[in-house]
Design a protein around this ligand. Structure first.
Ligand code: UGA
Length: 439
C-alpha cells in the first residue's frame, strides 16, 4: 500500500482521500483551514455527503487517514500527491487556477523523493503540462516529479458511492512510470481503467460534463416545445429512453441544471474554444437554454398573477438538487430575489439547504417582500397563494396533491421538477403548471 497526500478537502479531495484510505492506502489530507482540519480530526465532515462521516471515522480510527495543515511534512513522505482544490469560474468564464498554482509551488518546495502529482481538479486542456513545468521550475531537491491527470466523475449526494463503484477511472499520463504507479493506486478498487495521454484525460472531463449539460438542455428545449404542440415531455423521454443509444439517464426536463460543475464547465469549454478561435455552438446553445429555463416558471406565474405583491409564496426546495446542501447555481437563487423584489412574502422549506440560503438572504424583510424559513412543507403551504417547487427532495415528493388543495389559500402550483402526474393534481382541483406537459 502507498502513501498518499491529498491537497484540498472539498468534495473532490476529501472523498478521494477517504476512499483511498478505505482501500487500504495511508492518506494525509491537507487543508489550509485549521478549524476545518480540527473538525475532520474529530470525525465531523465539513460537507453533507452520504456515508462520508462514517468512513472518515472508521479509517481515522484504523490510522489510515490523517488531516493536517502542515503540507510540507505530508508532501515529503508521499508516493503520490492528489490535487483536488477548486477551479472556480472567473468573470470571463475561464477557470481560476490560482489554487492549483499555490499547491504546485508548495509541492515543489517540499518533496524530497520521487513522486507523482495527480490532478483531480477540472482544468483546461493543457494545464497539467504547465503544472509539471511549474513544479520543475521551482523544485528544490533533485527528485523526479511527474504530473498525471485523473479527472473526477462523482456527483454530489452520491460522492462516496460514485468513487468506490465508479463506472470508469480515467488516467492521463505521459510516461510508463506514471501510468503504472497510478494504475497500482487504483488496483484495490477493481474498476475499469482507461489510460490515455494527459490532454485527452483533461478533455474527457469537459466533454463528459458538457455532454450531460447538453442532454438536459436539449430535453428542456424539447419540453418547451412539447407544451406548445400539445405533447408530454415525460412520455417523450420515456419513449426515447428505450433506445440504448440514447439511454434513460439525464432525460428529465426541469428548472435547468445547477451545481458547481455543469454551469462552470460549459462556460470553461466555451472559453477554451474561443481562445482557439473556434465557435463551440452546441455548448453555447446549452448555456443559453439553461439561462432561460431557470426563470421559466417565475415568468409564467407572473403573467398569471399580475403581481406577487403581498402574496404568500411557498418555496419548496432551495438546493440545486436533492441530497446536498449546496446552493451553487441553484434555480432558487435566481427566483427568490425576483419574488422578493416583487413584494412576495416567501416561506421557504429545504431540509438541509435553508441555513446556507439564509446566509445570502437572511430571514426578515427585504424591501417590499420578506423571507421566512420554515421547518416543514405544511408551514410553507399553509394559506399560501402560490407554490414553487425547485428541488425534488423526498419531503417534497411526499406532499400529496390533496395537501396543496387543503392547505393553500389558492392551490396554484408551479413545479420545476415534474414531481406529480398532471391528472392527479387536476383530480383534486389544484391548478398545476409544470415543465413540458399540458396544464
Ligand atoms: C456533475 C456530474 O454528474 C458528475 O459526473 C461530475 O463529476 C460533477 O458534475 C463534477 O464535475 O464534479 P453534480 O453537479 O454533482 O455532478 O450533479 P448532477 O447530478 O449531475 O446534477 C446537476 C444538475 O442537473 C442538477 O441541478 C440536476 O437537478 C440537473 N439535472 C440532472 C436535470 O435537470 N435533469 C436531469 O435529467 C439530470
Amino acid at each position: 500500500m502507498k502513501k498518499i497526500a491529498v491537497a484540498g478537502t472539498g468534495y473532490v479531495g476529501l472523498v478521494a482521500g477517504v476512499c483511498f484510505a478505505e482501500m487500504g492506502h495511508s492518506v494525509t489530507c491537507v487543508d489550509i483551514d485549521e478549524e476545518k482540519v480540527n473538525l475532520m480530526r474529530s470525525g465531523v465532515s465539513p460537507i453533507f455527503e452520504d456515508r462520508l462521516e462514517e468512513l472518515m471515522q472508521k479509517n481515522y480510527a484504523a490510522g489510515r487517514i490523517e488531516y493536517t495543515t502542515d503540507y510540507a511534512s505530508a508532501y515529503e513522505e508521499a508516493d503520490a500527491i492528489f490535487i483536488g482544490v477548486g477551479t472556480p469560474e472567473q468573470p470571463d468564464g475561464s477557470a481560476n487556477l490560482s489554487y492549483i498554482a499555490t499547491v504546485a509551488r508548495q509541492i515543489a518546495e517540499s518533496v524530497v523523493k520521487d513522486c507523482l502529482v495527480v490532478v483531480k481538479s477540472t482544468v483546461p486542456v493543457g494545464t497539467n503540462d504547465k503544472v509539471e513545468q511549474f513544479i520543475s521550475d521551482f523544485l528544490v531537491n533533485d527528485v523526479r516529479v511527474e504530473v498525471a491527470s485523473n479527472p473526477e466523475f462523482l456527483a454530489q449526494g452520491s460522492a462516496v458511492k460514485d468513487t468506490l463503484y465508479a463506472e470508469r477511472i480515467i488516467i492521463g499520463t505521459e510516461s510508463t512510470w506514471a501510468e503504472e504507479l497510478l494504475t497500482e493506486l487504483y488496483q484495490p478498487f477493481n474498476l475499469p481503467i482507461v489510460s490515455v495521454n494527459r490532454r485527452s484525460a483533461e478533455m474527457i472531463k469537459y466533454a463528459s460534463n458538457d455532454f450531460l449539460a447538453l442532454k438536459i438542455s436539449y430535453m428542456n428545449d424539447i419540453a418547451n416545445l412539447c407544451e406548445l404542440v400539445g405533447a408530454d415531455v415525460q412520455d417523450v423521454a420515456k419513449g426515447m429512453s428505450f433506445d440504448d443509444r440514447i439511454g434513460s439517464k439525464f432525460l428529465n426536463a426541469g428548472i435547468g441544471y445547477g451545481g458547481s460543475c455543469f454551469p462552470k464547465d460549459t462556460k470553461a469549454l466555451e472559453h477554451i474554444a474561443q481562445q482557439h478561435g473556434y465557435d463551440l455552438r452546441t455548448v453555447k446553445a446549452a448555456i443559453n437554454v439553461n439561462t432561460d429555463q431557470k426563470t421559466m416558471l417565475y415568468k409564467k406565474a407572473r403573467n398569471r398573477l399580475i403581481t406577487f405583491n403581498g402574496l404568500k409564496v411557498a418555496v419548496l426546495g432551495l438546493t440545486f438538487k436533492p441530497g446536498t446542501d449546496d446552493l451553487r447555481e441553484a434555480a432558487s437563487l435566481e427566483n427568490v430575489p425576483l419574488l422578493l423584489e416583487q413584494g412576495a412574502d416567501v416561506y421557504a422549506f429545504d431540509p438541509v439547504g435553508a441555513e446556507n440560503f439564509a446566509r445570502v438572504h437572511p430571514e426578515g424583510q427585504h424591501g417590499r417582500g420578506s423571507i421566512t424559513y420554515v421547518a416543514s412543507v405544511e408551514e410553507a403551504l399553509q394559506d399560501a397563494n402560490v407554490c414553487f417547487i425547485f428541488t425534488e427532495w423526498g419531503e417534497v415528493k411526499a406532499v400529496t396533491p390533496a395537501m396543496y388543495k387543503n392547505l393553500m389559500r389558492t392551490s396554484l402550483v408551479y413545479d420545476g421538477r415534474n414531481i406529480y402526474p398532471v391528472a392527479d393534481m387536476q383530480a383534486v382541483g389544484v391548478e398545476y403548471h409544470s415543465i413540458g406537459r399540458q396544464a
